[in-house]
Design a protein around this ligand. Structure first.
Ligand code: DNO
Length: 356
């Protein structure tokens, strides 16, 4: 595996490449052109410039998170053809720049959803948290305002103001899209892009829906073992793979994370590894990565990845806000650096005990 950190670009991130370079064991970043909108073509020159900047800091681009999918593709409107063409051109440009992993998601309207971005924990740190009761009491448009108010002035990934200003219109467009239609539209998209992925050896890594159930009545399909295996079989090409995100699949306590990992051997192209602390089945917060701080056994998760021979990029995921840092919620430097060191430590121990 290749330990990385997510980085949003020097214009958007409070964390610098120089800082990332000093996190032990981190040699790559997962990045994006954060100011492109879903559906736009990524120009090769812009990708090249980003790559040069990362390499000048002594790091490499280990993959992209995310090239977002335009709603027309998810809804299946006639103009999806143009947006798929644009996506293919973006993939060509990435391939030409020697970038071979692309994370994306297929969630309608909202990307990941949390009800609090700064819940205070006993140790004084603040974390992202979710309660179903709070979602049930909110209208979708209010959700956006509450996310915006707590984000320390950063635009949160998946919560871009332009999209959110169209929220009512978007809900109407999704009216006839149920889970089966969403599966069909995902299949249609993947079949169209697989030839370019084959040509440039690009691994597509779908991110799970977070939380792993329907919110505000919108269908969500990338939520459990059955559905993800269905997706793998429906387009049975090794370039059609997954981002295994423990914190997203783990929102549903019925998901057995190590078992899911084992069932996806050869198809996990990227891993997000983080812990959650459940206070009840419908209330959880994003704890420190350490097993003892949350509800998951992080050793078992890393062991399953090791056992299937996972060799792709991995990153610690959302961290707590600690030591007075002001950053995009979930994406400060300090706690993610602690997470990277911890996950590297688990991996080293698993590897050494296996080789003995
Ligand atoms: C949140 C992230 C997601 C993820 C996208 C992938 O912090 O895990 O926004 O990047 O869903 O497309």
């Amino acid at each position: 595996m290749e330990m990385t950190l997510r980085w949003y670009g020097s214009q958007f991130d409070s964390v610098t490449l120089e800082q990332i370079r000093q996190v032990p064991g981190v040699h790559g970043v997962i990045t994006t052109l954060y100011d492109t909108k879903p559906g736009e073509v990524w120009e090769r020159a812009a990708i090249h410039e980003l790559k040069q900047e990362v390499e000048a800091a002594g790091l490499k681009i280990a993959g992209i998170e995310s090239v977002n999918i335009h709603d027309a593709i998810k809804i299946g409107t006639p103009d999806r053809e143009q947006y798929i063409e644009n996506y293919i051109t973006t993939l060509e440009h990435l391939g030409q720049e020697d970038i071979h992993m692309v994370c994306y998601n297929f969630m309608p309207v909202f990307d990941w959803t949390r009800t609090e971005l700064a819940r205070k924990r006993k140790d004084g740190s603040t974390v992202l948290a979710y309660t179903q009761e709070a979602v049930d009491a909110l209208k979708p448009e209010d959700m956006f305002d509450s996310i915006g108010a707590d984000s320390n002035g950063f635009v949160m990934p998946g919560w871009e103001p332009e999209r959110m200003s169209r929220i009512k219109e978007l809900f109407e467009l999704y009216q006839d899209v149920d889970a089966e239609k969403l599966f069909d539209n995902l299949k249609y998209f993947l079949e169209k892009i697989m030839p370019v992925c084959d040509k440039y050896d690009i691994n597509m890594a779908i991110h799970p829906d977070d939380p792993a159930w329907s919110v505000f009545g919108l269908p969500r399909i990338i939520i459990n073992k059955e559905n993800i295996l269905r997706m793998m079989h429906m387009v049975d090409n090794p370039h059609n793979g997954v981002t295994f995100c423990s914190g997203s699949y783990g929102t549903n306590l019925a998901n057995d994370l190590p078992d899911m990992i084992r069932s996806l051997q050869g198809r996990i192209h990227f891993a997000h590894v983080r812990n959650l602390k459940f206070n009840s089945p419908t209330d959880f917060e994003e704890s420190a990565h350490l097993s003892a701080d949350g509800s998951f056994d992080m050793y078992e998760i890393m062991k399953a990845l090791y056992d299937i021979g996972f060799d792709g990029p991995i990153r610690p995921d959302h961290g707590r806000m600690i030591w007075g840092e002001v950053a995009m919620p979930g994406y400060g430097l300090y706690d993610r650096a602690l997470g990277a060191a911890y996950l590297n430590g688990l991996w080293e121990a698993i590897e050494k005990s296996d080789l003995k």
